[in-house]
Design a binder for this molecule. Structure first.
Ligand SMILES: C[S@@+](CC[C@H](N)C(=O)[O-])C[C@H]1O[C@@H](n2cnc3c(N)ncnc32)[C@H](O)[C@@H]1O
Length: 331
């Protein structure tokens, strides 16, 4: 894939916000003790990585994606920059990034970004099976080299287990009736699945969704999350990525729906709060334990795209960036 195609691969969201939020951790210029390192956990088409390389020129980029084609597109884009940055592009899910970085002897990094979910390119590549906009086998794997496809997952589930997935990952009010219909009719392609969902959905829900939202939207989201174990991936990443940060280092996570954002918010809150001493114990304020992490000033609520960006890129409408920083001088 050439650099021009890579441009079209995926239009990154919140690029200015990401550079603004991670910039303070990368802008200090070359360090004496070690290279400045940027870790991109979801390289995709490399749009965010390109912006960070152009603005901050870190000495090293460690980038991950579980999609080989994304890595190829991003490589074309980033090598085309001719920057001096050492590029390490790794085909792996980000739950394995900790092991990769440790094995490579990387102990401290300055900034990390995880831009969750699928890329526009993955959605638009009908044959990948993520979308009901065309007919294709039910695949939905971001990494086509491992794991069961959506078709294989569906074959292994009974109606109760499938209903749980639709409810928990898709917040689908008609989960039970849709799950029963899918197990009974066993649709084999994206369009067959979309039709099966529409036929099974209650009139009430169909009316609520109206003509603009495909009735299968929540079912497709839920299956994609299950096929790619997305919440396990996010939880594993949130458990390890903060520990890579050097003092002053920053981690940014962009989420696209409330189920993702709630996980990020809860994990960041857990890192910035410490347990209070038992009630009644006289501990002077200076002796209270301090958290090693904080939410940078002004970023408490996260950052959403502004009206200009959402008008230009509808995908930005649901995006939210949250940022966690390791304090400069840990307590
Ligand atoms: C929203 S796109 C990222 C776009 C990218 N920031 C850019 O500027 O082009 C998400 C990418 O992350 C990858 N991805 C999603 N979950 C992943 C995971 N758990 N581990 C590794 N890559 C993942 C997807 O394959 C996809 O290429």
């Amino acid at each position: 894939m050439g650099a021009a195609q890579a441009e079209e691969f995926h239009r990154p969201v919140l690029v200015e916000a990401v550079c603004g939020a991670l910039g303070p951790a990368l802008a200090s210029g070359p360090k004496k003790s070690r290279p400045r390192r940027y870790v991109d956990l979801t390289l995709g088409g490399g749009g965010h990585a390109k912006a960070v390389l152009e603005r901050f020129a870190p000495e090293e980029l460690w980038a991950f994606d579980r999609d080989r084609e994304a890595l190829a597109a991003a490589r074309a884009k980033l090598e085309g920059l001719g920057a001096d940055t050492r590029l390490e592009l790794i085909h792996a899910p980000f739950s394995e990034a900790d092991a990769h970085l440790r094995a490579a002897g990387v102990e401290q990094v300055d900034a990390v970004l995880a831009d969750l979910g699928v890329s526009s390119w993955q959605l638009d590549a009908i044959e990948r099976g993520f979308s009901f906009r065309g007919d294709a086998p039910l695949d939905m794997r971001m990494d086509q080299s491992r794991g069961p496809s959506a078709a294989e997952l569906l074959e292994s589930l009974d109606a109760a287990a499938l209903a749980r997935i639709l409810r928990e990952y898709g917040e689908e009010p008609d989960a039970e009736r849709i799950a029963r219909a899918i197990v009974e009719k066993s649709p084999r392609s994206t369009l067959a699945l979309a039709l099966c969902v529409r036929d099974a959905m209650s009139h009430r829900q169909l009316r609520k969704l109206g003509a603009r939202v495909n009735p299968a939207t929540r079912t497709f989201q839920a299956l994609r999350i299950a096929v790619n174990a997305e919440f396990d991936e996010i939880d594993a990443m949130l458990a390890t990525a903060p520990s890579w940060l050097a003092p002053g280092g920053r981690l940014g996570v962009i989420s696209f729906h409330s189920l993702e954002d709630a996980r990020v918010k809860r994990a960041f809150r857990g890192r910035t709060r410490v347990e209070a001493p038992p009630a009644g114990l006289p501990v002077p304020a200076r002796d209270l334990p301090q958290a090693d992490f904080e939410i940078p000033r002004g970023l408490n609520k996260g950052v959403d795209a502004d009206a200009d960006e959402t008008a230009a890129n509808p995908r930005a409408r649901s995006a939210r960036l949250r940022v966690l920083a390791r304090k400069e001088s840990p307590a």
